[in-house]
Design a protein around this ligand. Sequence first.
Ligand code: HEM
Length: 414
Amino acid sequence: MSDQNDFDLMDPAVQQCPYAGYKRLRDTEPLYKLASADFHLVTQYDLAREIIRAPDAFPSSVSPMALSDDGIAPDIIAIYESGGWVPLASCSTSDPPYQTRVRGFLEKLFTAERVREAAPMIDKIAETLLDDLEGETDVDFIQAFAHPLPMMVIADLLGVPQSDISQFKIWSDAIVEPFSMMASKERRIECAQLVVEMQAYFAEMVAERQRQPRNDLISEAIAYRDNSGGAFTMQELMTIITIDLLASGNETTTAAIGSGMKLLIEDPSALAEIVAEPALIPRLTEEVLRLESPAQGMFRRCAKDSILRGVSLAEGELLNIRFGAANRDEQQFANPDQIDLHRPKPGGHLAFGMGRHVCVGAALARQEIISAFRAVTQRYDHFWLTPDRDEPYYQPSLFGRNLLTLPISWSPRK
Ligand code: HEM
């Protein structure tokens, strides 16, 4: 419709800074059909909530991988079938009863109490990563810190030994990339081959723990029984480990830590506040999640013909809820584009979704972001973009908000 049709969210240049475009849509066309793709964008907070709160009318079973290629390509399926297990839908892109069964397991893993127990391990990983950077004045904050931190945390919880971490990193990247909907066919084939290697690695870990359970998430997944007493199949276990835990959790948390540093560099007064008062770091965490929502958008499908805000939608039409746009809605948040460490309801954003699919890893992610910024600001109090290096650039993606690099310089606290 009208002059907004030039808002092409499939264009990587638009993805770099979509917020002015989101605002235009919120003001004029909160349900907006993209010209270049077959779905609507939902940009207002209230409308996003209305849709999320009606999960039977707007279910989640839409596979992003399927969208990119009219179904997972047969040659990619063949790679999985020959050497491993074809991934099932993720928990977030499935509906009951499968979603209920998997969620029943996942939501026990990261309760507030369990995350409190894990906090010393998370703090230690943050400290160790910074120890390795001791004396360096210029670092790529993403590669050196934001990326390894969540990966090492989940590896520890799964029971992956430290010695396998660098290989684990290559595999976990290969899991995430196809979800961007921007990876080339060649890269998706390469990723499938890497994921099959990772499945073989985890299948061996599963076999070991079947013989001798340990205190880790893999042993817990093996022991889990659903409401009817059923155990997870090997294909389900592989999907849970690689998609629900790694793909859903790592990149999102990396994105938050990376974006958080960029936001602090852009807002010296917010940085000064948290350096002076570290107790504000949990509030900073909520503002980062709100302002640069790591999961920018998720799909819903119309279960039947529907009308939303006067727009008629046919059964099967797709809605892409832009958490990143809803979280900057001025009807909901005063000064929505600013960090405000004193908002009355700091967690009132939709960065973790809500309702049936609300993020099961939210408590873990929050702790990781808090531990990251506590550790960094205990050692350093000035940060700036390293001169003469590339501008920070977000990886092209319809879903994520991941800086590819963030070259920064820092000076230690006196
Ligand atoms: C800052 C980090 C994170 C963000 C912003 C985030 C965001 C989200 C959002 C928005 C949803 C709901 C999707 C929807 O409604 O369609 C979700 C679901 C989910 N998240 Fe997270 N997430 C983060 C970290 C994690 C972590 C650390 C894990 C696990 C280790 C995780 C696992 C999941 C799973 C399994 C679901 C699906 C739940 C369901 O469908 O019932 N996430 N996440």
